[in-house]
Ligand binder design. Structure first.
Ligand code: BGC
Length: 250
C-alpha cells in the first residue's frame, strides 16, 4: 500500500467497523469489515475486537479510531452510550497496546465532520458548519472554515428540560415508534435551538437515518441550509484514518 493510506476503525454501540482508507480519494481502499460490539463493551473486550480487525487486514501502520465519547488527548472523558468503564481510560494507549499500531482516537462525530469537510457535503464551505449525527445519541462536529473545534457534544444540550438526544436521536424515533413526521418535528425544534446558539452557515446531517434523508429533511422548516452527509456509513472510518495520518506525519 502507498503512504497515502491509513486504517480507520469506527467504534459504535452495536458494531465495530474497519477498513484501509485511501486518503487521497477519501474512500475505502478495502472492503469494510464489521464485527459486533461486545457486550458489555468494556475497554479490554473492545480492544480485542479492534485487534482482530487489524490482524485480519494484515495492517501494521497508522490507525485512527472513532469513539462515541469526549476524547481529550486520547483519554475518554464521558461514556453516554458505552460501558462506563471507559471514563478516564487512555483509549489511545489501550488500542495501541492491543494492535501494536500507532493509534489516534477521536470523537465519532468529529471524525465524520472532518471527513465531510474534506470530501463530502461540507467540502469547500467556509464559515461555521455543524455536522450532527442522529443515531443512538446525537453527535456533533463544529467546523470553522474547515477546521474542527473538537468535543462540542451538542447532542447533550438541554432542551425543554431534557437531554436533547433522548428526544431527537434516531433511537428515540425507534423506541417511541415515531413516524418521520413526528420525529422531524422534534429534530426541527432541536435544530432551531442549535441555530439560535451558533447561526451556522450550513448543517450537515448524518448517521444511519441520513440514508433516508428524503423522508425527513424536506419536512424541516429552519433558516440554515441543510445537507445530508455524503459519506454515509464510511464517514467515521475515513475521518479516523485522516486524523491518524495527519497526526503521525506532522
Ligand atoms: C456522545 C457523543 C457521541 C454521540 C454519537 C453521544 O451520546 O456523548 O460523544 O459523539 O453520542 O455517538
Amino acid at each position: 500500500m502507498s503512504t497515502s493510506t491509513a486504517f480507520g476503525v469506527d467504534i459504535g454501540g452495536s458494531g465495530i467497523k474497519g477498513a484501509i482508507v485511501d486518503l487521497e480519494k477519501g474512500d475505502l481502499a478495502t472492503e469494510r469489515v464489521k464485527l459486533l460490539t461486545p457486550s458489555p463493551s468494556t475497554p479490554a473486550a473492545v480492544a480485542k475486537v479492534v485487534a482482530r480487525l487489524v490482524t485480519q487486514a494484515g495492517w501494521t501502520g497508522e490507525l485512527g479510531a472513532t469513539f462515541p465519547a469526549v476524547i481529550n488527548h486520547g483519554v475518554a472523558k464521558s461514556a453516554a452510550n458505552v460501558d462506563k468503564g471507559w471514563i478516564g481510560t487512555d483509549v489511545d494507549k489501550v488500542l495501541s497496546d492491543s494492535t501494536q499500531c500507532a493509534v489516534t482516537v477521536l470523537n465519532d462525530a468529529d471524525a465524520a465532520g472532518i471527513a465531510e469537510a474534506r470530501f463530502g457535503a461540507a467540502r469547500g464551505v467556509d464559515g461555521v458548519v455543524i455536522l450532527l449525527t442522529f443515531g443512538t445519541g446525537i453527535g456533533s462536529a463544529l467546523l470553522i472554515d474547515g477546521r474542527l473545534v473538537p468535543n462540542t457534544e451538542l447532542g447533550h444540550l438541554e432542551l425543554d428540560g431534557h437531554d436533547a438526544e433522548t428526544k431527537a436521536s434516531s433511537a428515540a424515533k425507534d423506541n417511541e415508534d415515531l413516524s418521520y413526521k413526528q420525529w422531524a418535528k422534534r429534530v426541527q425544534r432541536y435544530l432551531r435551538h442549535v441555530e439560535n446558539l451558533f447561526t451556522p452557515d450550513l448543517f450537515v446531517v448524518g448517521g444511519g437515518v441520513s440514508k433516508h434523508a428524503d423522508k425527513w429533511v424536506p419536512l424541516l422548516d429552519i433558516s440554515t441550509p441543510i445537507k445530508p452527509a455524503q459519506l454515509l456509513n464510511n464517514a467515521g472510518i475515513v475521518g479516523a484514518a485522516m486524523a491518524a495520518h495527519e497526526k503521525f506525519t506532522e
